[in-house]
Each structure stands twice: as C-alpha cells, then as structure tokens.
Design a protein around this ligand. Structure first.
Ligand code: GDP
Ligand code: MG
Length: 432
C-alpha cells in the first residue's frame, strides 16, 4: 500500500488512518497486505505520482516480498498508472482506491440494478486505462450478472487494433448499460410515486460504512414489532450493503414509516463513483428525514461524520432534517463517556443497535421530527398546486401568504413529514 501526505490536501484523515482504512478495504477484497509506504509531498509527481526514489524502493521490496499488487490510497491518473506499471514490470499490477472499491462493489452487488451500476462504473473507470489486462482482483467474484466475457479483460498487451476493438466494444456496452439503468430507474421512480401517494413517510439511513446502519434497521424492525421480511445483511466488512433495502417500522405513536438502508459512505469516495450510484442515492433525496448513524466508538468518528456530510453536500442534499444516532455505546466503558461524546454531536441519541439500547428513544425522536417539530420554510406554489397550498394550511402553520401574479407565496412552518412534497418549490432555505 502506498499513501501520500500532500500539503493542503483537504483530507479529513491522517495518512496513517487513511491507510488503515485502505487495509480494511483490501481485506474485504481478499488481499493480504505485506507492506506499506508513505511519502510527504508538496505536489503530486507528474510522472509516477510518487518520487523516483520511492519507486526504486518499491522495486527493492518487490524483489524481497514478491508482491503482486501495489495499492495507492489516492486516485491515479491513467498516465500515472501506465508509467508505474511499466516501471515495476510485468508481475505487478498498480491499482488505486477507486479500482479497489469498484472490485468490492462488484462482489457485493446482488440485485440487477446494483450489478448494472457496478458494471457501468467499472467500464467507465477502465476505458481510459485500457492498455493492458485489467482483471478482477478476486476472480471467482461470482454474483453480479453479466460481468463475464467482457471485452479486453485478461488480455495482456493487446495490439493497437485489438485495443481499438476493445474500446469500441466497451463504449457500446456502456451505452447499453446506461439504457438498462434508465429503465430500472423509471421503475423505481414509479415505486416512489406510489409510496408518496400512500402518504407513508420515508426515513433514509445514512452513515459511514460499517457504522451499523443495517444492524440498526434490523433492530428497529424488531422494536416496532413489524418484522415481516428477512433481516438485512450485516457484516464487519466495508460495503456489505450495496442495494437499498426498505423496511416498514412502527413508530411509538402507532404510525408507520419506511426506513431505507443505503450504501455506506467513505472518505475519498470518488465523485465519479458517487455519480454511478446516483440511483441508489436518489432514495436519499426522496426522503423526509435522514437518520445519520455514527459509530461513536471509532477513533475517527468525527471525521467520518464530516465525510458523510461532505458527500451529502456533493449530492446537493443540504436542507434535509437529520437525526444523529451515536451507535455502539455498548462498547463504551461508562455512561459518562457516552455523555461526553454526545456533547460533540448536538441533537444526537446514543444507542446500541446490537444490544437494542435506547431504540425507543430514537424512534420517539424520529417521530417527533416527522410530525411535530416545525421547520421554517418559504415556498412559491404555482396556482395549479392548490393541493399543496391546502396541505400547508392543514398540516403546517402559515405565517404569511402572498398572492403573486403566477404563484402563491407562503411562509410558515412545516413538520419534516411534509417538507419533501414542497421541496421543488422552496425559495428560502430553513432559517429557523
Ligand atoms: P453498516 O455498514 O453501516 O450497514 O454496518 P453493519 O450493520 O453491517 O454493522 C457493521 C459491524 O458493526 C457489524 O459487525 C455489526 O455487528 C457491528 N455493530 C453494529 N451495531 C453495533 C452495536 O450497537 N454495538 C456493537 N458492539 N457492534 C455493532
Ligand atoms: Mg450495511
């Protein structure tokens, strides 16, 4: 593994912590790490990403350790990758964090949509890098439909023409995958419209990978006494969950809400990859409320939470109400310790998904946010949306109302439960 410490990189984690995370990712992908190297740099070297001396050092290590893969913690350009592979020789493959994450995703995508998304992301990543063989790290990966027999995979140094054929085939495959995804997306949209009509609020669970999102969803389904489906897969691996899962949960007051478990976030999750998972993440955009799960026992809990918030901002999800659950408190030594940590996260509820601690309190908070706590909004409603104007009067508190030429402008307070319906018409973000 190779990590660099760049000046002014804006990274949330130290190079050591980031490498620790890369090690967990490598482990999840089935790789064994035999060594790690770091370098402090003012800027990325244009030829091989790291300095010449470090590359020489890698070669010496190669002779001693006979490793097969060099894993960079940061994104390599196709050029860096090519130069490094030329320098390090036939036996060594050079990969970066993105390639590794894609490989893990490929192993964990179980639905058709998940498989399509991963395949698309892999080809888009691969296309500019297609100079020599690109094979999966874990060959037997299985699962994911339609990933075998792909153009260019496994070929070492194809001739120029072969390369062009490969590229053309990959481009054709990319268009095909995009069409397929669009179809799936429309079906999903249909589902969401139905859900909306059914007036059931949607809570989207977000959080850093391994924070306990899936465990919490399972526990809440139990707590609400509404278990009717198979438990969501939980695992002490990064990215065990890739496909969004939705479960019904009963709130303390008796009302029902839909909870959606989403893919875990991670620092340095490349935007390109985030975009590939847009369909999955659309679930988040459609939510009424976000439930942010933080593993409070993790040494980098705060950085992880920040990283999740950063990704949400990248996805333009900025004005959604959020409840923070500080998970795994069963691992803390004392209640004081829990209280101390909770201070760092205002409006949070300390819980244990595994031991079922404080879950009723968490559900109570979610219910309160959904139905009672009011958020100040200003909306500009076209006159054809008189249904929404009526809804505002019914469920919210209208403070001012102004009949414009083309639209009705309302300022007032609404519970989270109804914000999503008004989102397209909001003109001033929450000012409360
Ligand atoms: P996800 O990636 O956020 O969905 O995380 P998972 O639900 O798959 O959980 C990741 C790991 O954390 C699993 O090994 C869980 O058993 C463990 N875990 C989840 N919640 C708790 C908790 O409250 N306490 C403890 N001690 N472990 C937990
Ligand atoms: Mg999960």
């Amino acid at each position: 593994m190779v990590g660099i410490e760049l000046r002014d990189s804006g990274n949330l984690l130290t190079v050591e912590d980031s490498l620790e995370e890369l090690r967990a990712l490598a482990d999840t992908a089935g790789l064994t790490v035999v060594g790690e190297m770091t370098q402090k740099l003012d800027h990325i070297e244009s030829a091989m990403f790291i300095g010449k001396g470090k590359v020489e050092e890698l070669k010496t290590w190669q002779a001693e350790l006979d490793f097969e893969v060099v894993l960079f913690d940061d994104d390599l350009s196709p050029r860096h990758q090519r130069n490094l592979e030329e320098e390090l020789g036939e036996k060594v493959r050079v990969l970066d964090r993105t390639a590794l994450i894609l490989d893990i995703f490929a192993q964990h995508a179980h639905t058709r949509e998940g498989a399509l998304q991963v395949e698309l992301a892999q080809y888009e990543y691969r296309l500019p890098r297609l100079t020599r063989g690109w094979t999966h790290l874990v060959r037997q990966a299985g699962g994911g439909a339609g990933r075998s027999g792909t153009a260019g995979v496994g070929l070492r140094g194809p001739g120029e023409t072969q390369l062009e054929v490969d590229r053309r085939q990959i481009r054709a495959r990319i268009s095909f995958l995009k069409e397929q995804l669009e179809e799936v997306r429309q079906q999903r949209q249909q589902h969401r419209v139905q859900r909306r009509r059914a007036q059931v609020p949607v809570v989207s669970i977000v959080g850093y990978t391994n924070a306990g999102k899936s465990s919490l969803l399972n526990a809440l389904v139990d707590e609400g006494g509404a278990r009717q489906t198979a438990p969501v897969l939980t695992e002490d691996k990064l990215f065990a969950t890739l496909d969004p899962t939705t479960r019904r949960v009963r709130l303390p007051g008796g009302k029902v809400a839909l909870f959606t478990d989403t893919v875990g976030f991670i620092q340095k999750l490349p935007t390109q990859l985030v975009a590939a998972f847009r369909a999955t993440l659309e679930e988040i955009e459609e939510a009424d409320l976000l439930l942010h799960v933080v593993d409070i026992t993790h040494p980098n809990a705060i950085e992880q939470a920040k990283s999740v918030e950063r990704t949400l901002t990248e996805l333009d999800i900025t004005d959604m109400p959020m409840v923070v659950a500080l998970n795994k408190i069963d691992r803390l030594d004392s209640e004081q310790q829990a209280a101390l940590l909770a201070q760092q996260f205002p409006h949070s509820v300390p819980i244990s998904a595994l031991k079922g601690l404080n879950l009723d309190q968490l559900l109570g908070r979610l219910e309160h946010e959904l139905y009672e706590s009011q958020t100040l909004v200003q909306v500009r409603l076209p006159y054809r949306r008189s249904d929404l104007a009526a809804l505002f009067h019914d469920q919210g508190q209208v403070e001012t109302e102004h009949y414009g030429e083309k639209a009705l402008i309302i300022q007032g307070r609404l519970p989270a439960r109804y914000l999503a319906a008004f989102r397209p018409y909001v003109i001033k973000p929450d000012a409360s």
